[in-house]
Design a protein around this ligand. Structure first.
Ligand code: GLP
Length: 244
């Protein structure tokens, strides 16, 4: 794992978007798995811009959604599905066959997890993952205590996730469970980027990068990724003690 530092959120997002655009250029049938949320928002905008301006063929790109709030319909503006629809699928006019997301409205969420695991296996694994980090160190909805060898699963959300998650919604939401791609898939991804910006992420970044590798702090798994990169802006990287 390597840490890459950028002066601000724009430069951080621009780098992430360039990495993805470059990967698609080199492998038009790239499988990209991404988190939604505030952190990757600008990356998505810049990626759309780059793909169009540079005339990169993304007609064979395959996209996987990292996670979703259980029970939330895609039309809810706080859902991960809504985020990807408005930020990527719509602007890029992706064909529905080009993306695979959890159906968080399904009666049988375990079946949704099995379907995603099978899909990942069928397509030969994930080429590139772009994830964020939660205020409890989670990745996707891999909450503290999740085994590093987890497949896709339904997670009971911890109190931090329930509280922080309110920021995506205009009214108070009852958030209890999430459905997520498991950490085993992150570790198996050919390349994994974790991005974080802002002073609020400085503590969790310090723990992810310099703390113990432990299942009680899921993002510490990045230290085990042989082609893993932690992208931080100056603020998010400001508590790092060592030179990385
Ligand atoms: C959310 C999501 C994650 C996301 C993380 C950070 O709860 N489950 O996939 O990466 O928390 O979100 P943000 O980028 O909004 O800080």
């Amino acid at each position: 794992m390597q840490v890459l530092s950028f002066s601000d959120y724009h430069n951080l997002s621009d780098f992430a978007a360039s990495q993805i655009a470059f990967a698609i250029k080199n492998n038009p049938s790239l499988t990209l798995c991404m988190a939604s949320g505030h952190t990757p928002s600008l990356t998505c905008d810049l990626l759309v811009k780059k793909l169009k301006e540079e005339n990169i063929d993304y007609s064979s790109l395959h996209f996987l959604g990292l996670d979703e709030w259980a029970g939330l319909p895609p039309a809810n503006e706080g859902s991960c599905h809504y985020f990807f629809q408005t930020k990527l699928f719509g602007p890029l006019q992706l064909d529905a066959s080009q993306y695979f997301l959890f159906d968080a409205m399904a009666d049988d969420l375990v079946n949704e997890c099995n379907k995603m695991d099978e899909h990942i296996k069928k397509i030969g694994g994930i080429d590139m993952m772009l994830v964020g980090i939660g205020m409890n160190g989670h990745i996707g909805f891999n909450e503290p205590g999740t085994p590093f060898n987890s497949f896709c699963h339904v997670a009971r959300l911890d109190e931090t996730t329930k509280t922080v998650g309110q920021k995506y919604f205009t009214e108070k939401m009852e958030l209890t469970k999430g459905i997520t791609i498991g950490l085993r898939h992150l570790l198996a991804a050919k390349k994994a980027l974790l991005q974080a910006n802002g002073i609020k992420k400085a503590t969790v970044i310090q723990q992810a990068v310099e703390g113990l590798v432990t299942e009680t702090f899921p993002a510490s798994i990045m230290q085990q990724h042989t082609n893993g990169f932690i992208l931080v802006d100056e603020e998010a990287g400001s508590f790092l003690n060592k030179t990385h």
